[in-house]
Design a protein around this ligand. Structure first.
Ligand code: NAD
Ligand code: TYD
Length: 354
């Protein structure tokens, strides 16, 4: 099938495209990406040559309805990753989040609806996979024994998660109202290769390598369920091929960790790889002013995708983190390039004097 992937030049999208092209020789991918600060053509530099005739990049905005319609007319499935994805940026300015995550999602859903009904009834062989997030459920108390289940009410607390909840609601509304074959995934925090260094894991790896402060928000006891990006790609692929229209599937890594534990593990691994003393790097940890409205904990119950689609995370946290640290060590030129330019201004605004 031909799959339209949105946001394929970002972290998860680029890993997903490589996963699909490598694992499904009959599939073709069209990648629609606006190349915002988070999108990087270099993330897929090898793909065109490795899979001749099966991959095409289109630079464009998901809010462009004519472009979306043309691309969806030609596709059997949409996997929608494109988003503004960083909570701290959404606190600074939420406008692009609403535009891309709410309006952009509606534009794609509308285009799919019109395109896939043009021959009469809604074509149920098609699939629209909307990639949402566990953050739409809002925070969970540290001592709450439950993990989020799919029927948990949405209670987003940051401008980012509120905008993602808007897209998530719209995706399911297009199924209920129009019968559009939508499937929604809600996954936990991803880590792995090609993640933009504004997020916790790559930021800490790069700062530890460069001997810079390691800025831990508040007490550092915020908990996330860490999911290796390739496990997320496998899960998304299972949902694309086997998910039931109208359903939501949670995806987790089965690995809840406090931020401080993640940072300590990164320090241990960087020390192991570089021979630098871990103690010295531990001294770089700085507890800084907390993120406003910081969600204490997210925890996923992934029972549904496990029992229905046979999903199992294959990577444990220690191994996944070791591979991630090694990748960032081996790809310092990539890190230098993506953090040059506008990112430097962002870093100063976010961290200087914090
Ligand atoms: P990312 O920020 O790395 O990449 C986003 C991509 O979308 C970039 O390539 C960017 O250029 C593109 N994009 C942004 N606005 C666009 C627009 N208007 N039109 C076209 N392209 C546009 O994000 P990511 O971490 O890869 O996340 C992908 C998806 O997964 C997002 O929807 C995010 O909400 C969701 N998600 C991410 C995580 C995580 O831990 N990273 C966890 C749960 C859910
Ligand atoms: P992040 O990677 O931004 O993902 P999200 O906010 O979507 O979960 O942050 C993960 C956790 O790490 C979150 O609790 C905020 C915290 N954090 C820090 O302590 N310091 C930092 O510099 C960053 C970017 C995040």
């Amino acid at each position: 099938m031909r799959i339209l992937v949105t946001g394929g030049c970002g972290f998860i999208g680029s890993n997903f495209i490589r996963h699909v092209l490598g694992g499904h020789p009959g599939d073709e991918v069209v990648n629609l990406d606006a190349l915002t600060y988070a999108g990087n053509l270099e993330n897929l530099a090898d793909v065109e040559a490795d899979y001749p005739g099966r991959y095409r990049f289109v630079r464009g905005d998901i809010c462009d309805a004519d472009l979306a319609r043309r691309l969806i007319d030609d596709s059997q499935a949409v996997v929608h990753f494109a988003a503004e994805s960083h909570v701290d940026r959404s606190i600074e300015d939420a406008s692009t989040f609403v535009r891309t995550n709410v309006l952009g999602t509606q534009v794609l859903l509308g285009a799919a609806h019109r395109s896939w009904t043009s021959g009469g009834g809604q074509d149920q062989e098609r699939r629209f996979v909307h990639v949402s997030t566990d953050e739409v459920y809002g925070p969970l108390a540290l001592d709450d024994p439950r993990g989020f289940a799919e029927d948990w009410p949405l209670n987003p607390q940051s401008p980012y998660s509120a905008s993602k909840a808007g897209g998530d609601h719209l995706a399911r509304a297009y199924h209920h109202t129009h019968g559009l074959p939508v499937v929604v995934t809600r996954c936990s925090n991803n880590y792995g290769l090609y993640q933009f260094p504004e997020k916790l894991v790559p930021l800490m790896i790069i700062n530890a390598l460069n001997g810079r402060e390691l800025p831990v928000y508040g007490d550092g006891l915020y908990v996330r369920d860490w999911l290796y990006v390739l496990d997320h790609c496998r899960a998304t692929d299972l949902v694309l091929r086997g998910g039931r229209p109208g359903e939501v599937y949670n995806v987790g890594g089965g690995s809840e960790q406090a931020n401080l534990t993640v940072v300590q593990e990164i320090i241990r691994l960087v020390a192991e790889c570089t021979g630098r003393p871990a103690e010295q790097m531990r001294g770089l940890i700085k507890h800084v002013k907390d993120r406003p409205g910081h969600d204490r904990r997210y925890a996923i119950n992934a029972g549904k995708i496990m029992s229905e689609l046979g999903y199992r995370p294959q990577m444990d946290f220690a191994r996944g983190m070791a591979q991630t640290v090694e990748w960032y060590l081996d790809n310092r030129a990539w890190c230098e390039r993506v953090t040059s330019g506008a990112y430097r201004g962002y870093y100063q605004r976010m961290y200087q004097g914090r």
